[in-house]
Design a protein around this ligand. Structure first.
Ligand code: C2E
Ligand code: MG
Ligand code: MG
Ligand code: MG
Length: 284
C-alpha cells in the first residue's frame, strides 16, 4: 500500500508514526512507574442539589502528576492504562483513596454533611472476577458507610452484556453501595433492560447539557426532558453533568432535574480546595 509507493509524503507519514510510537512507549513505561511512585492524585468535583443549592457529594477524578510534564488528564493516559491492563491496579488505588478521603471528610464534618462520593469504574475493572470482593474489602478497611459510596459505570459498558451486567450490579448492590449509569444518553439503552438494572441514579451526559442552550428547535431540551421523565418514572435520581452556565441551571431546574455537577459550580479540584469549598458553604 503506502509503503510500495515510496513517495515523499509517505516518509513524512512514517516519521510522524515513529515519533508517536516512541511517545506511546515512553508513556507506557512512565505509567508503569507512576503507580509505584504514587504520582496519581484524585481531584474532586462537587455535586449540588438544584432545589436547595446544597452540596450533596463529590466525584473523584484521577489526575497524573507526571514528573516531567504538567498535570495529565484521563484522556491523555486512560486509553494506554486500559490497553496495558494498568487500569486494574490504578482503579483499585482510586477506589481505596476515594473511600479513605470520604472517611476523613466525614470525620472532619460529621454526619450532618450527607456526602456521597462518586467513583468511576471502567469496563476493564468491571469485568474483573474479584471486583466485588475488592470493593467490599476497601469498604471494611476504610470504615465508610457504603451508602455514601456511588459507583459510576458508563452506559456503554452497562449495555454490553446485559444479563451478566445485571448479575454483577446485583452483587455490588448487595454491598449497599449506590450505583449510577454514567454518560446516560450516549449508549443506546434499551428501555426494556433499563428497568432491570438495580441502579439508583442516571447521569445525563454532558453533550446534551451543552447543546441545550443553543437549541433553536428545542430538540435537545426535549431529549433532556425525556431522560429526566424516564428517570422519574423508574424512580431514579437524575444528575446533569457538565453544567457551565446559569441559563443551564435554570433550564434544568424548570425541567425538574434535582442534581447537577459542572464548572458553573466548581471544576474538579485537589482535596484541600474541595475541603475549603465545603467549609465556605454555610448551607450544609
Ligand atoms: P466522567 O465520569 O463522565 O466525568 C466527568 C468529566 O467531565 C470529568 O472529566 C470532568 O472534569 C468533566 N466536567 C465536569 N464538569 C464539566 C463542565 O462543566 N464542562 C466540561 N467541559 N467538562 C466538565 P475528566 O476528569 O477529564 O474525566 C474524563 C473521564 O475519564 C471521566 O468521565 C471518566 O469516564 C474517566 N475517569 C476519570 N477519573 C477516573 C477514575 O478514577 N477511574 C476511571 N475508571 N475512570 C475515570
Ligand atoms: Mg463519572
Ligand atoms: Mg459522566
Ligand atoms: Mg461524561
Amino acid at each position: 500500500q503506502a509503503r510500495s509507493q515510496g513517495t515523499g509524503s509517505y516518509q513524512i507519514f512514517e516519521h510522524k508514526m515513529s515519533v508517536d510510537g516512541k511517545q506511546h512507549l515512553q508513556l507506557e513505561t512512565d505509567l508503569r512507574r507512576a503507580l509505584e511512585r504514587q504520582e496519581f492524585v484524585l481531584h474532586y468535583q462537587p455535586l449540588v442539589s438544584l432545589k436547595t443549592g446544597k452540596l450533596i457529594g463529590l466525584e473523584a477524578l484521577i489526575r497524573w502528576q507526571h514528573p516531567q510534564k504538567d498535570l495529565l488528564f484521563p484522556d491523555e493516559f486512560m486509553s494506554i492504562a486500559k490497553e496495558t491492563g494498568l487500569i486494574i491496579p490504578m482503579g483499585q488505588w482510586v477506589i481505596r483513596e476515594a473511600c479513605h478521603q470520604l472517611k476523613r471528610l466525614q470525620d472532619q464534618f460529621g454526619n450532618n454533611l450527607e456526602l456521597i462520593m462518586g467513583v468511576n469504574l471502567s469496563s476493564r475493572q468491571f469485568s474483573q472476577p474479584d471486583l466485588v470482593e475488592q470493593i467490599q474489602e476497601i469498604i471494611l478497611e476504610s470504615g465508610i458507610d457504603p451508602q455514601n459510596l456511588r459507583l459510576e459505570i458508563s452506559e456503554s459498558v452497562v449495555m454490553k452484556e446485559v444479563d451478566e451486567t445485571i448479575a454483577l450490579l446485583q452483587q455490588l448492590k448487595a454491598l449497599n453501595v449506590r450505583l449510577s449509569i454514567d454518560d446516560f444518553g450516549t449508549g443506546f439503552s434499551s428501555l426494556s433492560s433499563l428497568n432491570r438494572f438495580p441502579v439508583d441514579t442516571l447521569k445525563i451526559d454532558r453533550s446534551f447539557i451543552s447543546q441545550m442552550e443553543a437549541d433553536g428547535e428545542g430538540e435537545n431540551l426535549v431529549v433532556v426532558q425525556t431522560i429526566i421523565t424516564l428517570a422519574h418514572v423508574l424512580k431514579l435520581a437524575v444528575i446533569a453533568e457538565g453544567v457551565e452556565t446559569l441559563k443551564q441551571v435554570e433550564q434544568l431546574r424548570s425541567l425538574g432535574c434535582e442534581f447537577a455537577q459542572g464548572f458553573y459550580f466548581l471544576r474538579p479540584v485537589p482535596a484541600d480546595l474541595a475541603i475549603a469549598f465545603i467549609e465556605s458553604d454555610p448551607r450544609w
